[in-house]
Design a protein around this ligand. Structure first.
Ligand code: 5GP
Ligand code: MN
Length: 345
């Protein structure tokens, strides 16, 4: 049991005692980190006046419509406010990350703080040291789902309204690929249905997230798929790489390449998909797989990263051509080591 009565009582009494609560989440925010932060924010606001959200950097545009988004402070743009809030905090929530290394430049301030810390997360291998109270459930499809479960276990289901539920619904659909990944459990559908019953308009969430692409983004995706897709049939693997110059050519904004790696994985016969993009001296790597192919191993063993079995990320320090070379070099060994998983039908 991850959500026990004792832990819920502890959480609620810490919230009651706290004078300054700060919600944090991982760098390069995604739908789940922003959704869970805002869902928890709206929930805690019903119990406390002093609740703040501090993220390491700004979220992509497709998340800016979420109710309460303007309350999110990020270290890049609001350094003074973030530092001040974290230093005043006596209770810090750590959402959607499993170790302090995942919050980038905010790590130092967070680990220096003597505030009580509560982790709510669904990533593997959580660091057991940095939070006093942990809700770590690797079977949860999303941190947003865990927030719903915590609200329910606290007897506060009646507090859910459209404002509170919408970000949580957004977090669930973005982390489950709209209920299609294997992490989606019957429970996930029950929780989503409950959010709808409390006023969440699911079609609005989908429309705002998936039907608001800029023309530049569509053109960049088309270019990437037409000109930059490489399929290595022998290894049932395909990848796309984009240089800084190519991203600039299409005026790529944060989030514009999101989802491309899933399109690569959607190709028949492809069991592993990789997307690499060059940003300021490093190459950000995204890995996706089908079946039981553990791309988190690839990410952690070779690209200083990690993540989930079927969705992981990491980085390569250097240029895009060298990143591609490194990936292509380690690929045959990885496939050989995981022959059984690649051959699964
Ligand atoms: P994405 O490819 O969407 O950037 O990341 C997919 C998943 O991989 C994320 O949800 C996260 O769990 C993990 N991930 C991405 N980048 C990193 C990284 O640099 N380090 C670690 N440990 N995990 C990462
Ligand atoms: Mn997540």
């Amino acid at each position: 049991m991850i959500i026990t009565k004792e832990k819920i009582d502890q959480l609620q009494s810490w919230v009651e005692e706290a004078n300054h609560i700060v919600i944090t989440a991982h760098k390069s925010p995604d739908g789940d980190s922003v959704g869970s932060s805002l869902g928890l924010f709206h929930y805690l606001k019903k119990k406390s006046d002093k609740v703040f959200i501090c993220h390491p950097d700004e979220a992509p545009d497709f998340l800016h419509w979420l109710p309460g988004y303007d309350h999110i402070l990020n270290l890049d743009q609001h350094q003074k406010d973030v530092e001040e809030n974290l230093s005043k905090a006596d209770l810090i929530f750590c959402l959607d990350y499993n170790s302090p290394g995942r919050i980038g430049k905010m790590e130092k301030i967070l680990t220096a703080s003597d505030a009580k810390k509560i982790l709510i997360d669904h990533h593997r291998d959580p660091d057991m040291e940095f939070c006093e109270l942990m809700f770590s459930d690797i079977t949860a499809c999303s941190t947003s789902q865990l927030i719903c479960e915590i609200i329910d276990a606290s007897g506060d289901d009646h507090l859910i309204d459209e404002t509170l539920g919408t970000p949580l619904y957004a977090g669930i659909i973005t982390d489950t690929g709209s209920f299609r990944f294997s992490s989606t459990l019957p429970k996930t559908h029950h929780i989503a249905a409950n959010l709808m019953e409390h006023g969440v308009r699911h079609y609005k969430v989908h429309e705002n997230i998936y039907d608001t692409n800029s023309l530049d983004k569509i053109r960049l995706s088309s270019y990437a798929l037409l000109e930059k897709l490489e399929v290595l049939e022998q290894y049932e693997t395909a990848f796309i790489s984009l240089s800084q110059e190519e991203l600039k050519r299409f005026s790529a904004q944060k989030g514009d390449t999101e989802g491309l790696v899933n399109q690569v994985l959607a190709i028949e016969g492809v069991k592993m998909a990789v997307f690499m993009k060059e940003v300021e001296g490093i190459v950000k790597m995204s890995f996706r797989s089908k079946d039981n192919i553990p791309v988190n191993e690839l990410a952690s063993n070779h690209f200083s990263g990690g993540g989930h079995l079927n969705a992981s990320g990491g980085k390569y320090v250097g240029g895009i051509d060298d990143a591609v070379k490194k990936f292509v070099t380690i690929l045959p060994t990885f496939v050989e080591e995981h022959k059984a998983q690649f051959n699964e039908v």
